[in-house]
Design a protein around this ligand. Structure first.
Ligand code: SAM
Length: 270
């Protein structure tokens, strides 16, 4: 996938709002994963497909000045403002570029692999950058498990929301996203020989943080929704009005979070 193939392309003006919304919704769960791995001062961490600056900053706070964060993305323009003494931001394609020339205590990617057609290679690249005993944390949605925007479609507003969400999924799928990827992660971890594997899902049903995420996402994909004939312009306006008016209980697909550590002896894929 080239940079321009990525549907939610970061240069879009709504990217910053979308990254802020993703962080508000998902950072607390991600930090719980890091706690479960024992993240502490002095750790060296690689944040893959960082998107915005918020999570890289939070990791930097946890690892302190003795630690290090490398935040990479195919478009590093949004994470750049996180750069500081212990945070390096770099443009990097996790599948196509060689992994960084250093080893990490923790490598994390959230909502990245689902979009990367060469996800197996990206996964191997992340494992190869782990120290023996280092943790891999991968989090990806599984929209095929729960594809609806409104899980209780009791009226026309909810049906419109679901039609738009279904169009969004089709656009993602056309660009190579695997919409049932999240469920495959535990198997990938086991087959790669990662130890202490644990997996769980976080499933927002109607959280206030889902509202800004929906608005930013719809604005970003608006022209694609129109050019593919998925909805008309006035329907998008109506949907945005419904969202802002608080008429919808907006849901997100389950976010599947998986962690596992590299054993001291070599594992598959290195
Ligand atoms: C949905 S956003 C998620 C951003 C962030 N991880 C989060 O959860 O808030 C996906 C991110 O992955 C990046 N990305 C997509 N393909 C990538 C690749 N092959 N290598 C590195 N980053 C990639 C995008 O540029 C974007 O910033």
């Amino acid at each position: 996938m080239s940079e321009t193939d990525y549907l939610l392309e970061n240069r879009n003006t709504e990217a910053a709002q979308r990254f802020t919304a993703l962080s508000a919704l998902f950072n607390p769960g991600t930090l719980r994963q890091f706690d479960a791995c024992g993240m502490t001062a002095g750790w060296r961490c690689w944040e893959v497909g960082a998107g915005g600056p918020a999570l890289a900053r939070m990791i930097a706070e946890r690892v302190g000045q003795a630690g290090r964060v490398l935040a990479t993305d195919i478009d590093d323009s949004w994470a750049k403002e996180a750069a500081t003494r212990n945070v390096e931001v770099r443009k990097h394609d996790v599948a196509r570029d060689p992994p960084p020339d250093e080893l990490f205590d923790l490598v994390h990617a959230r909502l990245v692999l689902v979009h990367v057609p060469e996800r197996e290679r990206a996964f191997r690249n992340m494992i190869s950058a782990l120290k023996p005993g280092g943790w891999l944390v991968v989090e990806d949605a599984d929209p095929a498990l729960q594809p609806l925007s409104c899980i209780d479609p009791y009226g026309a507003e909810q049906e419109l929301a679901n039609r738009i969400r279904s169009g969004f999924r089709a656009l993602l799928s056309n660009r190579g996203a695997d919409l049932s990827f999240g469920r495959k992660l535990p198997r990938m971890f086991r087959e790669a020989g990662l130890a202490d594997m644990a997996a769980e899902a976080y499933f927002p049903i109607a959280l206030p943080e889902c509202v800004p995420l929906e608005i930013a996402t719809i604005k970003m994909i608006r022209s694609d929704l129109l050019s593919h004939g998925i909805v008309a312009d006035d329907e998008i306006e109506q949907h945005l009005e419904n969202v802002r008016a608080g008429m919808l209980d907006l849901s997100q697909p389950p976010m599947i979070s998986v962690r596992g550590r590299k054993p001291s002896s070599p594992v598959h894929g290195r």
